[in-house]
Design a binder for this molecule. Structure first.
Ligand code: FAD
Length: 570
């Protein structure tokens, strides 16, 4: 039998991984990778750090060269060769040699598409001015570096406050630029829930980055062809000698579409669980494909390196006749910004609200990353979202200076394996004082969630606060209460609660808050066991400040009077 001929379109994350795995499985196969750019297998995830000079040697971004592919793997890589067509009936691709401007055809037994995604460049006035960049390739990052140097840039505007936008903000600041982030949503880091993103927002301000939220860019303004400022829809204007567009990517599907391959509702290439497209000889992986979200079951686009690499391996296995199945994605992601780590996995609360899924609860814990008595412990903020009906873990988000990604990784795997909050309670995790706590943050989140499901504590929802009709009890210390409180809340510090139960109403629910939800949990236990209908406002006053920065809507104020008169009467 003649050797199988596998052609791969795209030579970076998915393409290079797939090629290497194919070789390990089939020594006889002929494998050719076509990459339209000048480099195969480069570290696109490292590009922001190259712009910021944390990585100063460009060569470090090259993970493998065509030489290495040839000598170690017997794989031919043709850089600056763009695949411009797929002739499915003849099982041939049409290739343009970009250096020679010539076109030729190559036959395949199996074809793998890993063409990635293209950064979105919104068609706004001035978007073509010099100094307005997107970041996807080594040449892009080199151009940004050179621009900053040549123009002696002092101010940068980053459009988009997602993962890449934040990385770029930090890296531009590291180069001494004054950075403004302009973000269309009312929060940075849109995959996070707003109250979690607030920690990131405050941290950006603390690090002298200006952040302009809830306003979209309307135009780029310039002089002599070079960008000088960005104007938003609201009329705000931000000076910038360099502008980075990081407003997302769209799957690169031109080839697939022209070849008549099926696309999905999100306009990504449709594949089955073995990454096979609607054509039985063509596989597709990476940013260009749509895959199922393991939590929601919906098709989605998750342009991340982890899924691309795993899918590439599965496609290679399938091409070699091995049973292989992609489990789906849950958008597990992490980002570092000015020493803060932000990580997320699974579904967010706002997404559940969007799809009108009410069968969930969310709890917050704020433990230290390791034993607080061991030097250097840092508080992390962790939100766990789970199904109310059975405790299935649905999502988690965490922000902190240390140990955040480790906890999200554990929860991510729990989600993938269909674990519940009761499993998180019982998870056996590494512990020594310098690394963790005997009750790890993951255990703690599981315990708090399990308490809710066992009925030991009832949760109140922040979204229901304006019309809850509840008595609001704040159990923080008087000094903390004086510094700020939830509208209409009455203060009885936790340590006085047992003696002052007579001040509380028995004819309406009591919603209890403290700073972050810990003391209020103790208070709810006391109250419940004393016959009160008490509910914990998980996340505490910290969360109130994010949900209601301007206080409760004034139309809801009458409850306040009623509440304080009740309290006085009591
Ligand atoms: P790519 O790696 O982009 O490779 C696609 C290649 O195909 C490209 O080189 C392209 O030139 C080539 N190509 C396209 N069409 C053709 C054609 N017709 N003919 C020949 N070649 C073609 N992910 C993370 O998980 N963590 C991170 O920290 C992270 N940081 C990132 C930072 C930046 C700045 C960027 C841009 C991305 C980052 N990502 C990160 C995302 C990650 O890099 C991608 O998800 C991953 O590279 C996708 O792999 P892929 O093979 O689908 O596409």
């Amino acid at each position: 039998m003649s050797a199988k001929r596998v052609l791969i379109v795209g030579g970076v994350a998915g393409g290079a991984s797939c090629a290497a795995r194919l070789r390990r499985l089939d020594e006889q196969a002929e494998i050719v990778v076509f990459e339209k750019g000048p480099y195969p297998s480069f570290a696109n995830c490292g590009l922001p750090y190259y712009v910021g000079d944390a990585i100063s040697d460009e060569a470090k971004l090259l993970v493998a060269t065509p030489d290495l592919f040839r000598t170690r793997f017997n794989i031919e890589v043709r850089t600056e060769h763009e695949v411009v067509g797929i002739h499915r009936e003849e099982r041939k691709i049409e290739v343009k040699d970009l250096r020679m401007a010539s076109v030729y055809h190559e036959a395949y037994d199996a074809l793998v598409l890993s063409p990635g995604a293209v950064p979105i460049r919104p068609p706004l006035p001035g978007v073509s001015l010099g100094g307005v960049f997107t970041l996807r390739t080594i040449p892009d990052s080199r151009a940004i570096r050179e621009w900053i140097q040549r123009s002696n840039a002092k101010r940068a505007v980053v459009v988009g406050g997602g993962f890449i936008g934040l990385e770029m903000a930090e890296d531009l600041a590291r180069r001494g630029l004054k950075v403004t982030i302009v973000e269309m949503c009312d929060q940075v880091m849109p995959p996070l829930d707003r109250e979690m993103a607030e920690y990131v927002y405050v941290h950006l301000l603390d690090n002298h980055v200006s952040v302009h939220l809830a306003d979209a860019v309307a135009r780029f303004e310039g002089s002599e062809g070079l960008v000088t400022s960005v104007e938003t829809k609201s009329g705000a204007r931000f000076q910038g000698d360099v502008v980075i567009l990081s407003v997302g990517v769209k799957p690169e599907t031109k080839l697939a579409k022209e070849a008549g391959l099926e696309l999905g509702p999100r306009r990504g290439i449709r594949v089955d669980e073995s990454m096979k497209t609607s054509d039985p000889s063509i596989w597709a992986v990476g940013d260009a494909v749509e895959v199922r979200d393991t939590v929601t079951g919906e098709f989605c686009l998750v342009p991340l390196a982890g899924p691309a690499n795993r899918q590439a391996r599965i496609a290679a296995d399938a091409i070699c006749g091995r049973p292989a199945r992609f489990r789906g994605v849950q958008a597990t992601a992490v980002c570092g910004v000015f020493g803060l780590t932000v990580a997320t996995t699974g579904v967010s609360e706002k997404r559940l609200l969007q799809v009108k899924n009410a069968d969930y609860e969310a709890v917050y814990v704020h433990p230290t990353d390791h034993a607080s008595y061991y030097p250097g412990a840092k508080v992390m903020h962790l939100k766990l979202i789970f199904r109310r009906s059975d405790g299935l873990v649905l999502g988690a988000q965490a922000v902190g200076e240390q140990g955040v990604e480790r906890r999200i990784d554990v929860i991510s795997f729990a989600i993938q394996k269909g674990a519940t909050v009761f499993d998180l309670e019982e998870a056996e995790l590494c512990y020594a004082p310098q690394f963790g706590t005997a009750k790890d943050p993951v255990n703690l989140a599981g315990m708090v969630a399990a308490n809710v499901l066992r009925g030991d504590v009832s949760l109140a929802r922040w979204s229901d606060l304006p019309h809850c009709g509840a008595f609001l009890l704040d159990v923080r210390e008087e000094e903390e209460f004086r510094r700020g409180s939830i509208d209409c809340a009455v203060n009885i510090p936790l340590d006085q609660l047992r003696q002052r139960l007579c001040e509380l109403p028995r004819d309406c629910p009591i919603w209890v808050n403290c700073a972050r939800g810990h003391r209020s949990y103790y208070a709810v236990r006391i109250l419940q066991q004393s016959g009160f209908a008490a509910h914990n406002l998980s996340g505490g006053y910290n969360t109130w400040e994010v949900w209601y920065p301007d206080g409760l809507p004034s139309s809801e104020a009458p409850q306040a009077e009623e509440q304080s008169s009740q309290s006085r009467a009591a």
